[in-house]
Design a binder for this molecule. Structure first.
Ligand SMILES: *Cc1c(COP(=O)(O)O)cnc(C)c1O
Length: 397
């Protein structure tokens, strides 16, 4: 078998594409002026940013004035949630609704607010990894300031009923934020039609560089400044703009959103073949709904193995993937996302996330399906837990 190199961790980050790099390059050395300067070199940069803002807005069906450039998904999430909380607290609204399986940029921000007098409802998710819109509606109170529910989960790829939740929030006059970092380029988004008031996105998940993102804030919503200083980003986020990265973001989001149906059509059969192939290994379980999931996400628990050992072995075979297990995330607990689905610790520990993009091929699927079962056999042969389970003829999934 010929060794292949497969980067299957798109949910973690992606490479900057050639087109994006070309878009950025002039702004490092030729057009390096400060967008706030009065001479031509400055104003060219100002115009470039105006142009980038329009291009990003268009991809979301937003207006340019509603797009604020940030340093990424975490910053956008922090700003959206703390900003709305701060603004509405003065009107006596100190309640926030979110879900238990959000990204830590959302969860830890909510926990921070709890220490500052806010109350947070953490909605459960179904065993398939979906938030129930009725739960959102029932949790809304007169003092609810914000609902924040992610568009697509970063570990299990499940796509949440964002339009339904948007409609419910609108009906009850509650602001709605969504962390759409994993959704951009994979799902068509229309902030107006879907009643989304605030939306976070991050460039490095769709071939723009790391450290650039955006927050969409619907017109009419006033939230406090993130960074005080100069008048950049409509006076809300001070600091000289990262012009090359902003230009890269604009190019990347255009490229990522032009052919979404074609991407879904290409990747879905590959995803399904991969899922079916891996599930042929005994004692394995697909995490997350089979249909309502990103076309480029596979997440499977494999009983009797440690996620970290699996990743190291896969890496040896040229496959870069991820796991929701202990050591990779630097903590002793398995992923909060997998636990939220009701998985027991032993099952959550042996999980594998394979996330891929447009360049993924059938040959990649076949290679993974050839390599993975052999690795699992070897790891299980060394696993005391697997030995015990086999002796007792016990099945965990
Ligand atoms: C990656 C990710 C983030 C964080 O984005 P950064 O730009 O790395 O800060 C937030 N939310 C989700 C769902 C993500 O996948």
């Amino acid at each position: 078998m010929e060794k292949r190199y497969i980067y299957a961790d798109h949910a973690a980050t992606t490479a900057v594409s050639d087109e994006v790099l070309q878009e950025m390059l002039p702004y490092f050395q030729e057009d390096f002026g400060n967008p706030s300067s009065i001479y031509a070199k400055g104003r060219e940069n100002e115009r470039a940013i105006i142009n980038a803002r329009e291009r990003v807005a268009k991809c979301l069906n937003a207006d340019a004035k509603e797009i604020y450039f940030t340093a990424g998904g975490s910053e956008s999430d922090n700003w959206a949630i703390k900003g709305v909380a701060d603004k509405l607290a003065s009107k006596g609204k100190k309640h926030i609704i979110t879900s238990v399986f959000e990204h830590h940029a959302v969860l830890h921000t909510c926990e921070f607010l709890e220490k500052h007098g806010f109350e947070v409802t953490y909605l459960p998710v179904s065993p398939e990894g979906l938030v129930n819109p009725e739960d959102v509606e029932q949790a809304i109170r007169p003092d609810t300031a914000l609902v924040t529910i992610m568009y697509a989960n970063n570990e299990i790829g499940t796509i949440q009923p964002i339009s339904e939740i948007g409609a419910i929030c609108k009906k009850h006059g509650v602001l709605f934020h969504t962390d759409a970092v994993q959704a951009i380029g994979n799902i068509e988004i229309d902030v107006k039609a879907q009643n989304i008031d605030l939306l976070s996105l991050s460039g490095h998940k769709f071939h723009a560089p790391k450290g650039i993102g955006a927050l969409y804030i619907r017109k009419g919503i006033q939230i406090p400044n993130l960074i005080h200083g100069g008048s950049q980003e409509f006076g809300k986020r001070a600091g000289t703009e990262n012009v090359p990265a902003i230009m890269g973001l604009a190019k990347a989001i255009e490229l990522a959103t032009t052919n979404i149906p074609e991407k879904i059509e290409k990747l879905t059969p590959l995803r399904n073949k991969l899922i079916d192939g891996i599930l042929k290994i005994e004692q394995t379980k697909l995490n997350g709904d089979r249909e309502k999931r990103l076309a480029g996400n596979v997440n499977i628990s494999i009983v009797g193995i440690e996620g970290e050992s699996l990743l190291l072995m896969l890496d040896y075979y040229g496959i870069q993937a991820s796991s929701g297990s202990a050591c990779t995330s630097g903590s002793l607990d398995p992923s909060h996302v997998l636990l939220s689905l009701g998985l027991v610790h032993e099952v959550a520990h042996g999980s594998l996330r394979i996330s891929f993009g447009e360049e993924f091929t059938e040959q990649d699927v076949d290679y993974i399906l050839e390599v993975l079962p052999q690795i699992v056999d070897r790891l299980r042969a060394m696993s005391p837990m697997w030995e015990t389970l086999t002796k007792e003829n016990k099945k965990l999934v």
